[in-house]
Design a protein around this ligand. Structure first.
Ligand SMILES: Nc1nc2c(c(=O)[nH]1)N[C@H]1C(S)=C(S)[C@@H](COP(=O)(O)OP(=O)(O)OC[C@H]3O[C@@H](n4cnc5c(=O)[nH]c(N)nc54)[C@H](O)[C@@H]3O)O[C@H]1N2
Ligand SMILES: Nc1nc2c(c(=O)[nH]1)N[C@H]1C(S)=C(S)[C@@H](COP(=O)(O)OP(=O)(O)OC[C@H]3O[C@@H](n4cnc5c(=O)[nH]c(N)nc54)[C@H](O)[C@@H]3O)O[C@H]1N2
Ligand code: SF4
Ligand SMILES: [Mo]
Length: 741
C-alpha cells in the first residue's frame, strides 16, 4: 500500500476526476478522490486497485474505475454519464443519477456506446486512398507519412491562396475541445476559408437573437410544473428524451399537452391533442393564435406594454390572419386552432417546447420569431414554468471563452471568405471567380458526414468525387464522406479523450474525462491538429497547449473543483429569467422587429402549390425527413443492434396517397424529384397526413437501397433568416418499383 501512496501525486491529476463507487455484487470498494492517502479497500472476492490503470505497482487483479463522462452527441439532453471501466474495458455506461436533466437514464443509443467504440469496423490507423474517390479503398500508412503528405499538400495550396482550403465540421461531438479549439486555431493561422455552420439551427437561432436578444429560454426542469405544454416541431420521445420525462410528470399532474407536427409522431400519440399542420405553415398558425388572443381578450396588456417592443405593428399583422385563413394554409380544422388559442389564453403556467424540426423550411426564421412572441403576449414568462425553450445555449455565453480556445487573432488581420456548409454541394462544383473566390482545392472534414447529411447529396457526392480535390477526413468509421477521402485519420471517441460540454437543452456544464486508452492509433482531434500545426511550422506557443490547458481556457467563472467532483455544475441563473422582462436586447424588451427585417409574416415554402404551382403539379407530395429514434443524425447507422431496431429506410405515406399509386405497406418505392431518386420501402399508415410523406432517418447512403438516402431529394435553397438549409421544404412524387429494380 505505501508504495502506491508514494506514486499517487504523479497520477493524482489524471485521477482527480474519478469518483469512486461501491459496485454491487459484492466485490468492490470505496474511495474518495480527495484522499491523498488512498483509502482503497478491496471489499471482497477479488483484489484490485485504481493504480493498475496508471502503471503503478499493484496486485494483478482487475481494477474497476468509475469516470465522469458527458454524452458528446448533438442532442439537447447532453447527459452526464458515469462510465465503469474494468481492465481498460467498458463495463457499463449509465446516466448520472444526481444530474437533474439526466436523472439516471441514457437513451438506447448511448447505453450501447461501447458497441460503437469497440466496433470491428472502427478506423484504427491512418489510411491513404488506393481506389477511385468514393470506393472506400485504402491502405494503411503510418502517422508520420500521413501528416507529412497532408502538410505538404496543404502548404502548396496555401501558398497560392489559403482560402482554397475549407474546414468542414459540425457536431459529431459537441465538446468544446474536440469540436472547435485546436482545429479553429489551425485554420485561423492558415487563413483558410471560414465555415458558416448553418446545417441545423441558424434559422431559429437568428430568430431568437432578433426576438429575445440571444438563444435563451426556460430551464428544462421547470416543465414539470407547467399546466399547458405545446410541443411544437419536436418529437422528444425520439430526440429529446429527458425533456419528455419532465413533460410526462407535468401530464400526470394534470397538464394538457398539445403536439404541433405534420407527423403523428410517437410523441403526438401521447399528447392530449395533435395538430397535424402542413410542413412550413407554423408562421400562419402563430399569427392566427395571435389573432384569437387579440380579439378574444387573451393578452397580458401589462406585460405587453412594458416588455414588448413594436406590438402595434404586430397587432396589425395578426389581425390580417383570422383563424379561417390560417386553417386553410395549414390544412387543419379551424376549431382546433380556436381550442389551442383558448388553452393558451387560459391555462397557466403555459410553456412551449419548440424544436428545430419546424424551422427547416423557407420561412423557418419568421415562424420562430412569431412563435417566440407568443409567450410575451400572454405574459407566460411571469411563471418559471412558463415561456419557451428552443435553445438554452446563449446562457453559456458568459462562461464560455471561445476566443481563448479558437484564437481568431491568429487571422492577423486577414478576412477570409465564408463558405456556407449547407451549400457545399454547389460550392465544391463552382469555379473560382471574383465573387466566390478561389475554387475549393482542399477540404478537411471532422465531426461531420456531409455526403450523407448535407442537402442534395447527389451534388455533394459529385463534389467530393472531384479528382483534383484533396480531402482529409478525421473519423471513427468509413462513412460515406470518409470513402471519398485522400487520407482518413483515426479519431478518438468520447470514451478516449478529454472534453467539456455546454448544452442547448439544459443549463449545466458537463465534464468528460477519458475512461479508456485510445484504441489502435487513434488520436484526439486536438492532437491531430497540433501535429499538423507542427508539420506546417506554426510557431505560436498556443499550438503547444495540451488538452488540460485547453480545458482551463475553455471556461471562465466556473467552479472547476465542483466540476471535477460531480462531473457537472449548474449555471447560476434566475428561476424565471424574464418574469420582469429584461430580455438581452438593446431595449431589454422582446422585439417584434429589428433593423432591416420588417414585422414577421408567414413565408410560404420554396416548394409548395402557392409559391411553385407548376412544380406542385408534377410533384404533389410534401416530404419531411425527421431523425430516426435509434440513430443520431447519421451516427450509429453502422451499429448493427441499433440498425436492427430501425429495420430499413422507410417512407410513411397516408392511405389516401398510397391507394391511387398502387402502393401498399412493404412495397418498394421510388421517391423522386428532378434532383434524384431515393429507394426505400413504403409504410402505409396514418402517421403521415394526407399530402405529406415522411422519409425517416438519415441512413448512410452505402447502407441504403441503391446507394441513396433521403438527401438525394432535398435541395440547397436556404431559409429566410440564418442562411440555413430547408430539408423539410421539399416536393416529391412516389411510385412503386419492381423488387428486381
Ligand atoms: N434519436 C435522435 N435524437 C436526436 C437526433 C437524431 O437524429 N436522433 N438529432 C438531434 C439533432 S441534430 C437535433 S437538431 C435535435 C432536434 O431535432 P429536430 O429536427 O427538432 O428533431 P425532432 O425533435 O425529431 O423534431 C422534428 C419534428 O418536427 C416535425 N416537423 C417537420 N416539419 C415540421 C413543420 O414544418 N412544422 C412543425 N410544427 N413540425 C415539423 C417532424 O415531423 C418531427 O416530428 O434532435 C437531436 N436529437
Ligand atoms: N434530410 C435531412 N438531413 C439532415 C437532417 C434532417 O433532419 N433531415 N438533420 C440535419 C441536422 S439537424 C444536423 S445537426 C446535421 C448533422 O450532421 P453531422 O453533424 O454531420 O452529424 P452526423 O451525421 O452525426 O455525423 C457526425 C460524424 O462525426 C463523427 N465524429 C463523432 N465524434 C467525433 C470526434 O470526436 N472526432 C471526429 N473526427 N469525428 C467524430 C461521427 O463518427 C460521425 O460520422 O444533419 C442534417 N441533415
Ligand atoms: S443522445 Fe441525448 S439522450 Fe442519448 S445519452 Fe446522449 S444526450 Fe442523452
Ligand atoms: Mo441538428
Amino acid at each position: 500500500m505505501s508504495r502506491r501512496v508514494a506514486a499517487w501525486p504523479a497520477a493524482s491529476a489524471a485521477i482527480a476526476s474519478i469518483s469512486f463507487i461501491v459496485v454491487s455484487g459484492g466485490f468492490w470498494t470505496i474511495l474518495t478522490p480527495a484522499c491523498g492517502r488512498v483509502a482503497a479497500r478491496v471489499a471482497a472476492r477479488r483484489e484490485g486497485s485504481l493504480c493498475d490503470s496508471f502503471g503503478m505497482d499493484a496486485p494483478a487483479a482487475p481494477a474497476v474505475r468509475s469516470v465522469h463522462a458527458a454524452c458528446p452527441h448533438d442532442c439537447p439532453d447532453t447527459c452526464a454519464i458515469r462510465v465503469t471501466v474494468q481492465d481498460g474495458r467498458i463495463v457499463e455506461l449509465r446516466g448520472e443519477r444526481d444530474h437533474p436533466p439526466t436523472h439516471g437514464a441514457l437513451c438506447t443509443k448511448v447505453s450501447r456506446y461501447a458497441e460503437r467504440t469497440d466496433h470491428p469496423e472502427r478506423v484504427l490507423h491512418p489510411l491513404k486512398r488506393t481506389g477511385p474517390k468514393g470506393a472506400g479503398r485504402f491502405e494503411r500508412v503510418g502517422w508520420d507519412e500521413a501528416l507529412r503528405d497532408i502538410a505538404t499538400r496543404l502548404a502548396a495550396i496555401a501558398e497560392r491562396d489559403p482560402q482554397a482550403i475549407v474546414p468542414y465540421s459540425y457536431a459529431g461531438t459537441m465538446g468544446l475541445l474536440q469540436g472547435e479549439s485546436m482545429a479553429a486555431r489551425f485554420f485561423n493561422r492558415l487563413g483558410a476559408s471560414r465555415l458558416d455552420r448553418t446545417i441545423c439551427s441558424t434559422a431559429g437561432g437568428a430568430a431568437l437573437a432578433v426576438t429575445y436578444g440571444a438563444k435563451v429560454g426556460m430551464h428544462v426542469e421547470h416543465f414539470t410544473e407547467s399546466r399547458l405544454i405545446l410541443i411544437w416541431g419536436s418529437n422528444p420521445i425520439a430526440s429529446n428524451l429527458h425533456f419528455w420525462t419532465f413533460a410526462q410528470q407535468a401530464k400526470r399532474a394534470g397538464a394538457k399537452l398539445w403536439c404541433i407536427d405534420p407527423r403523428r409522431s410517437e410523441t403526438a400519440d401521447k399528447c392530449h391533442r395533435h395538430l397535424a399542420l402542413r410542413p412550413g405553415t407554423d408562421g400562419a398558425l402563430a399569427l392566427a393564435l395571435m389573432h384569437e388572443l387579440i380579439s378574444a381578450g387573451g393578452l397580458d396588456g401589462d406585460y405587453v406594454a412594458h416588455h414588448v417592443e413594436g406590438f402595434d405593428a404586430l397587432r396589425e399583422r395578426a389581425l390580417a390572419w383570422p383563424v379561417e385563413r390560417a386553417a386553410e394554409v395549414c390544412g387543419v380544422d379551424p376549431a382546433a386552432i380556436r381550442e389551442l388559442a383558448h388553452d393558451y389564453a387560459s391555462l397557466r403556467p403555459a410553456a412551449i417546447r419548440l424544436n428545430y424540426g419546424m424551422q427547416r423550411a423557407h420561412g423557418g426564421g419568421s415562424a420562430v420569431r412569431l412563435i417566440a412572441l407568443l409567450p410575451c403576449l400572454v405574459g407566460a414568462w411571469r411563471d418559471r414554468a412558463g415561456g419557451l425553450l428552443l435553445s438554452a445555449s446563449g446562457w453559456f455565453a458568459p462562461v464560455r471563452n471561445d476566443a481563448a480556445l479558437q484564437r481568431p487573432d491568429l487571422l492577423a488581420g486577414r478576412n477570409p471568405r465564408t463558405i456556407n456548409m449547407s451549400t457545399i454541394g454547389d460550392d465544391l462544383l463552382r469555379d473560382g471567380s471574383p465573387a466566390f473566390g478561389p475554387r475549393i482545392e482542399a477540404l478537411v472534414v471532422y465531426n461531420s458526414n456531409p455526403v450523407a447529411v448535407a442537402p442534395q447529396s447527389r451534388r455533394v457526392a459529385a463534389g467530393f468525387a472531384r479528382e483534383d480535390l484533396f480531402t482529409v477526413v478525421l473519423e471513427h468509421f468509413l462513412t460515406d464522406t470518409a470513402d471519398h477521402a485522400d487520407f482518413v485519420l483515426p479519431a478518438t471517441t468520447q470514451l478516449e479523450h478529454l472534453d467539456v460540454h455546454t448544452s442547448y437543452g439544459h443549463t449545466y456544464v458537463v465534464l468528460n474525462r477519458p475512461a479508456i486508452a485510445p484504441r489502435g492509433e487513434a488520436k484526439p482531434n486536438t492532437q491531430i491538429f497540433r501535429e499538423l500545426a507542427a508539420q506546417l511550422g506554426f510557431g505560436d506557443p498556443c499550438f503547444g497547449d495540451d488538452d488540460e490547458t485547453l480545458l482551463q481556457q475553455a471556461l471562465r467563472g466556473i467552479d472547476f473543483a465542483a466540476l471535477e467532483r460531480h462531473g457537472w455544475v449548474k449555471l447560476p441563473l434566475p428561476d424565471a429569467p424574464f418574469a420582469q422582462g429584461g430580455f438581452p436586447t438593446p431595449s431589454g424588451r422582446a422585439r417584434v422587429d429589428a433593423p432591416g427585417l420588417g414585422v414577421p409574416d408567414f413565408v410560404p415554402n420554396h416548394e409548395c402549390a402557392q409559391a411553385a404551382p407548376e412544380l406542385a403539379a408534377r410533384y404533389p407530395l410534401a416530404m419531411i425527413s425527421p431523425p430516426a429514434r435509434n440513430f443520431l443524425n447519421s451516427t450509429f447507422v453502422n451499429v448493427q443492434s441499433l440498425r436492427s431496431i430501425e429495420g430499413e429506410p422507410l417512407l410513411e405515406i397516408h392511405p389516401v396517397d398510397a391507394g391511387p399509386r398502387g402502393i401498399e405497406s412493404g412495397t418498394r418505392v421510388s421517391v423522386f424529384t428532378d434532383r434524384g431518386d431515393y429507394r426505400c420501402r413504403a409504410d402505409v399508415c396514418t402517421r403521415a397526413r394526407p399530402g405529406v410523406v415522411n422519409g425517416l432517418g438519415i441512413w448512410w447512403r452505402k447502407l441504403g437501397p441503391a446507394g441513396t438516402n433521403v438527401n438525394e431529394l432535398t435541395h440547397q435553397r436556404l431559409t429566410d433568416l440564418g442562411a440555413a438549409p430547408t430539408f423539410y421544404d421539399c416536393l416529391v412524387e412516389v411510385r412503386p418499383v419492381q423488387a428486381a429494380a
